[in-house]
Ligand binder design. Structure first.
Ligand SMILES: [Zn+2]
Length: 357
């Protein structure tokens, strides 16, 4: 039988050795999203010989993805991303098992997927799915490697590992700007590449589990690639966390679709007819002061992004508006993350409202 030298360069490391390599080849990792973060993470995980890799992505390869989603080629445009990724990774390493899932991750299917893997990688670019990943990871007892990119900024953390904090423990302190909007946020491929690669490294550290390796459990690493200045912040577990302070059986998954833009939209005309709904103006204070819809409540998007949790009635319908529409969408995603499900965004915002008064 031919002996493979595929892993010689890593198994020679004293931190890995034969034991570490065996751990790698028997480990399983599920990557949620084969996008800017998932592609580099998956490349390094497959190359390192992770025995069982799962890829979940319902989206298809688009021309605009090629700038950063380095697994894909021009020939694969139009193909499902999880299948296209599997094709590429199988060519790279035919010795490992790769499973592709072409459906959307939901609160219904996620527990079953997560139960089949040791570690979850968050390769998503939207706030709602990160919450879903967190909540299901807590419920199923799996560590998840969080990654986030926006412009030149990258963030990385290992949540729900060794009794460390979960993503919901962090959220109240989340710095402005870590929330992504996949429709609007620009990104440089290399930034995604760096964070995705670091996610693969953190997964490998958990798997190899050598005493010299210190995963980012309870820590948030941030980097600004304008200057390469980086910081590692210590995170503490919130004893009153809505998710990880509960027993697993008491965790109820509440979730709405993660796709950007799927917060339901309402026209200004429909909003004006809906007399029972609560209108919330998410613009900044100065904009609110210069004019707003009578009877509306003011909660600035910037406050929501900084972790301010508003106390809103759950029994009535909520309609959010900003000046033109997109900030309302972002705010809606955040509020959905807090469990408010009856949320609509008013298309066209305050300007559209004024037009049809
Ligand atoms: Zn928590």
């Amino acid at each position: 039988m031919k002996t493979s030298h595929r892993y010689d360069r890593q198994s020679i490391l004293p931190e890995i050795g034969e034991t570490g390599q065996n751990r790698i080849s028997t480990a399983s990792v599920l990557c949620v999203g084969a996008g800017g973060l998932g592609c580099p993470a998956l490349l390094y995980l497959a190359a390192a010989g992770i025995g069982h890799i799962g890829i979940i992505d319902f989206d298809t390869v688009d021309e605009t993805n090629l700038q950063r989603q380095v697994l894909f080629t021009v020939d694969q445009i139009g193909q499902n991303k999880s299948e296209a990724a599997k094709e590429r990774l199988s060519a790279l390493n035919p010795d490992i098992e790769i499973q592709s899932y072409t459906e959307e991750l939901t609160d219904k299917n996620a527990p079953e997927f997560f139960n089949q893997y040791d570690i979850i990688i968050d390769g998503t670019d939207n706030f709602a799915t990160k919450f879903l990943i967190n909540d299901v990871a807590v419920k199923t007892g799996k560590p998840f490697i969080y990654g986030s990119i926006l412009g030149f900024d990258g963030q990385l953390a290992v949540f729900n590992h060794n009794n460390g904090p979960c993503y919901r423990c962090l959220f109240p302190e989340a710095p402005k700007g870590h929330i992504q909007n996949c429709a609007e946020a620009g990104v440089i491929g290399a930034v995604a590449g760096m964070v995705g690669t670091a996610q693969a490294m953190e997964a490998l550290k958990l798997i190899i589990n050598h005493k010299s390796l210190k995963p980012l459990t309870g820590k948030l690493w941030t980097i600004d690639m304008h200057s390469m200045e980086n910081k590692t912040l210590s995170l503490s577990k919130n004893p009153e966390c809505l998710m990880c302070s509960k027993s697993k059986d008491n965790i109820i998954l509440q979730y709405s679709s993660p796709v950007c833009g799927l917060v339901s939209e309402m026209t200004a005309e429909q909003a004006q007819k809906n007399k029972m709904a609560l209108l919330i103006d998410v613009r900044e204070l100065k904009e609110w002061q210069s004019g707003h819809i009578e009877g509306a409540r003011h909660i600035a998007l910037s406050n929501l992004m900084q972790g301010h949790t508003p106390d809103l009635p759950t029994e009535c319908e909520i309609i959010l508006y900003c000046q033109k529409g997109p900030r309302g969408q972002q705010a809606a995603q955040i509020l959905k993350g807090h469990g408010y499900l009856n949320i609509n965004n008013m298309a066209g915002g305050y300007e559209a409202w004024l037009c049809c008064v």
